[in-house]
Every structure is written in C-alpha cells, then in structure tokens.
Design a protein around this ligand. Structure first.
Ligand code: PLP
Length: 348
C-alpha cells in the first residue's frame, strides 16, 4: 500500500526522475550475477577526488544509518555516551541504545541547535576524558530544517580539548543555501569530526542505499577499515555504480535544487496565506505548526483523501507540527487543499 502512495513523509527526492541514471541501471541489470567491487575502491576514490581528499579518509556504507551504527560500534565501551539534541533525527540514538550507550539530550532553542547551550550543558556532564563520547549534530536539522546557531569553531575546540567525537550528519547539506557552513572546512584542522553525507536525498537514490563518512581520525579509520574488510561487499553493485555516476551529474543536482527551492517557496506562501506558520527550511522539507487537536488524525485525513503520506512530528517527540517533503507542485497543492478543508472542519 505505502509504495503506491505519494510519499511526502521521508524526505526522498520525488521531484525530478534521474532518467540518465535509471537508463544506466537498466543497462547494467544483466550484471546482477557478479559481486560489487570489493571495499568500494572505485567509489571511494571518486568521492575523495570530488572533495580533494585522500581515499583513505573516505568510508562508504549502506547509507548514513549504517555508518552511524558502525561509529557506535567503534566507540562502544563501558559508560560510553551519545550526546544528541531533543526532537532530532533519532537513528544514532537508537543505534546507541542498542549498544548500551548512555543517551543525553540537549534541548533546541527556537527550533535550532544552539552551540552555546550545547557547550554549557556538555560542561556539566562530560568532564571524564576517558569516557568515550559522541556528539551527534544534525545540520541542517531534521525535522526543523534549520542550521546550527553559534560558533562552530568554539564547539570544535571544546570537543577537541575534551576528546569528544562529533558526528556531523549533513544528509541535507546539498540543499542548503550559502548561510550553511559545512564541517568540510574544518576537516583538515580537526581529527575529532566525522562528516556524514548520503546519496539518499538530493541525488535521489534512497532505495539503493549508499552514504559515506569523511574523517581524519586514525583510530576510527583503522576500525572502519577492519569492518569493511569483514564485509568487503557491503555496498551493492548498483549503488556503487549509481553513486559514481551521480557525482559526475552535477547538472541533475542543480536542477533538483532549483525545483526544490521554487516549490518550497510556493508551498510556504500558500500555507502562510492560510495563517499557518512554517519554519524556514534549508532542506527539502517544510515543518508546519498546526493548531489541530490531533495531527495523527490530520495525517490520516491527508492520506485518506489524497493518498499522500506526510509526517506527524510526534515521532520526534514534538506536539503540534507536521513535516512535509517538498514534492511536485500538484501534490503540494493537494496538501494545501487538505489543510484548508481539514482546518475548515476543525478550526473555525
Ligand atoms: C538527518 C538524517 N540523517 C540520515 C538519514 C538517513 O540517511 P541514509 O538513507 O543515508 O541512511 C536521514 C533520512 O531521512 C536523515 O534525515
């Protein structure tokens, strides 16, 4: 049932089909009898070249989710802790939980990760340098679409001095405007950061499963390479092929970004006209404040009336918000109409 629905609930790229990529994958369908390239060597080199780095600093896996789990395995120890923020994408927290990490959550401020707040709370909890700590920063933030507030250098210095590894989830970085600062610019100077990127979002390859980490941390790189050796064919043939192609097709990326910006602005205008507040977003989704008594009921209404799936933010422990992926204009218009008619029934 879900595969046939219009999916505006998982921030997938449903905007423009990557026809070139699909053609390419079809041409290679007959190769499913062969193994993928061992250790993702070709793709690693390609990613390294793209970022002007060494291939040894690139780790490839089945999406950020798998690589976040690897990171938790690598740093697992008695009393290990994950410091994350409230109301944030939860996969590292879930991974950490399964590996018995202590989980600490820092509140957001005005829907943003606030660096001063993060540092001041960390000062109260992580004085023991022997304790393995991962700070998870989701930037741009899911589900609010905001970028971090405050001095990134200050955060990096604090974490460096206190032996805290920062896992910087930049799943939506490619969508962001020039206001966004990636951790990439700090990779050379700090070996305590891991940058996570994915082919699941702007590149439109969520079903293929491919993402990567960039880091200069020798300790982690050694462990990741051991995991890769134990699972030398973890990333499938088609994902490797498509990801290699995708990096060459920056024209597609630019088209998706442009369409995303246009449709997002349109959607936001329509919602604002109806007096709904949307949080300005640097991503491919908009999070909307509703005053409905039940967003669960509202999401069900959108699905029942239009076959469109949207996300109720209670999944992030937030009441009163829904998150909608920026999709095709005709589908966003349907969401706007559904909000209008639902509000007409319940609000006035
Ligand atoms: C912030 C964030 N990180 C990671 C992921 C998962 O990425 P991947 O498909 O590469 O595992 C998502 C997917 O929604 C996400 O929103």
């Amino acid at each position: 049932m879900y595969a046939d629905s219009i999916r505006l609930n998982y921030n997938e790229n449903t905007l423009i089909k990557n026809k070139k990529l699909i053609r390419h994958l079809k041409n290679y369908a007959s190769k499913c009898n062969i193994h993928p390239e061992m250790l993702n060597c070709g793709l690693k080199k390609k990613i390294a070249k793209f970022y002007r780095m060494e291939a040894e600093n690139v780790i490839v896996g089945n999406g950020i989710d798998e690589l976040a789990f690897w990171t938790c395995i690598a740093l697992q120890s008695a009393n290990a802790q994950i410091i994350t923020t409230e109301n944030t994408y939860r996969n590292i927290e879930v991974a950490g939980h399964s590996l018995k990490y202590n989980i600490i959550k820092i509140p957001l401020m005005n829907y943003r990760i606030n660096i001063d707040m993060v540092i001041s709370i960390m000062k109260t909890i992580s004085s023991d340098k022997q304790r393995k700590s991962i700070l998870y920063i989701c930037n741009p933030h899911n589900p609010f679409g905001t970028i971090i507030d405050g001095s990134f250098t200050e955060l990096l210095n604090y974490c460096y001095e206190n032996s805290i590894i920062i896992f910087l989830d930049e799943a939506y970085a490619e969508y962001a405007s020039s206001n966004f600062h990636s951790g990439l610019e700090y990779l050379q100077r700090y070996d305590n950061i891991i940058i996570a990127r994915t082919f699941s979002k702007v590149y439109g390859m969520a079903g293929l499963r491919c993402g990567y980490l960039l880091t200069r941390n020798k300790y982690l790189l050694n462990l990741f390479n051991e995991y890769s050796s134990a699972q030398p064919t973890n990333v499938n043939y088609y994902a490797q092929l498509a990801a290699t192609e995708a990096l060459d097709n920056q024209v597609y990326l630019a088209e998706v970004k442009k369409r995303n910006e246009d449709n997002k602005a349109y959607f936001m205008r329509r919602l604002t006209d109806l007096d709904f507040y949307c949080i300005p977003s640097e991503t491919n989704f908009l999070t909307i404040k509703t005053d409905f008594s039940s967003n669960e009921d509202f999401c069900k209404y959108v699905f029942d009336t239009n076959n469109i799936l949207i996300k109720n933010c209670v999944d992030f422990n937030i009441e009163g918000f829904v998150r909608v992926t920026i999709g095709k204009k005709q589908n966003l218009m349907k969401v706007v109409s559904a909000i209008k008619s639902y509000a007409g029934q319940t609000r006035f």
